[in-house]
Design a protein around this ligand. Structure first.
Ligand code: FPP
Length: 249
């Protein structure tokens, strides 16, 4: 897939990715699931680099869901190790490339070493402005909405917010990243067509692209393929085609 086909002036501002298929990739090769996750780490490195080169402003990766805590302990432990490994391997390049690291999710369940390593990366990259790389970690879309509702309820209880003042903006302001622009494009690898409790609030008008590639086979050229498909879409946000063409958006 050639990059020449991409219109660099309409790169999606925010891409969110459900990285699926590590286990199947490994099973097809007679390897353990853990080997699949290790191979998946290389795709994370390639896609972060590729997204930055293409001028994507925000990339959110579904690294570990709340439901993933139910996987065998050995697999969970390896996924945690890989997250630490990613930071160790990439932090210098991430810093150099102007990338800001963030996390979303219920971090209270994460091992202290992961919290420390990711927290260090978040602190070191805080001033970077060229791209934001958000890891959804111990993340669930419904849990995020529950956490926002609890925060809003506390404000009402404290008398600083009127129930009538609760609107979409107020809910947005209480999500994990209040300044996160809704994703323009959601990519799911592994050929599945599910949202799997990812960014439920934010995906309301996001374009969805399902890639047949298993995550360890998802390279920059696969990312380019997804972007080309995105650029063929007409985003109407509830309006008619004629209205959309009139305003050019
Ligand atoms: C889903 O594939 C993938 C995950 C649960 C974890 C994603 C983790 C990585 C890509 C490893 C490194 C991550 C970072 C952020 C450094 P699956 O195991 O459900 O695959 P399957 O559907 O084929 O079983």
């Amino acid at each position: 897939m050639s990059e020449a086909r991409i219109d660099l002036k309409s790169i999606p501002r925010h891409i969110a990715i459900i990285m699926d298929g590590n286990g199947r990739w490994a099973e097809r090769r007679g390897l353990s699931r853990i080997e699949g996750h290790r191979a998946g780490l290389e795709s994370v490195r390639a896609v972060v680099r590729g997204a930055r080169e293409l001028g994507v402003r925000w990339l959110t990766l579904y690294a570990f869901s709340l439901e993933n805590w139910n996987r065998p302990k050995s697999e969970v432990d390896e996924l945690m190790r890989l997250l630490e490994r990613y930071i160790e391997l990439e932090i210098d390049e991430v810093l150099r490339n102007g990338i800001q690291v963030r996390t979303i999710g219920r971090s209270d369940r994460l091992p202290a070493s992961v919290v420390a390593k990711i927290g260090g990366a978040v602190a070191r990259t805080r001033e970077n402005r060229d791209m934001t790389l958000a890891f959804a970690l111990s993340y669930g879309g419904r849990a995020e909405i529950v956490d926002a509702v609890r925060a809003i309820a506390r404000s009402v209880e404290a008398g600083v917010l009127e129930p009538e003042a609760i609107d979409e903006k107020c809910i947005q302001a209480n999500l994990y990243c209040k300044d996160m622009h809704d994703p323009d494009l959601l990519i799911r690898t592994g050929g599945e067509h599910r949202i799997s409790n990812f960014l439920l609030w934010q995906l309301a008008y996001t374009e969805f692209f399902s890639s047949d590639a298993l995550w360890p086979d998802f390279t920059k050229s696969r990312l380019v393929e997804a972007l080309c498909a995105y650029q063929q879409r007409e985003r109407r946000f509830g309006r008619t085609t004629a209205q959309t063409r009139e305003t050019g958006s």
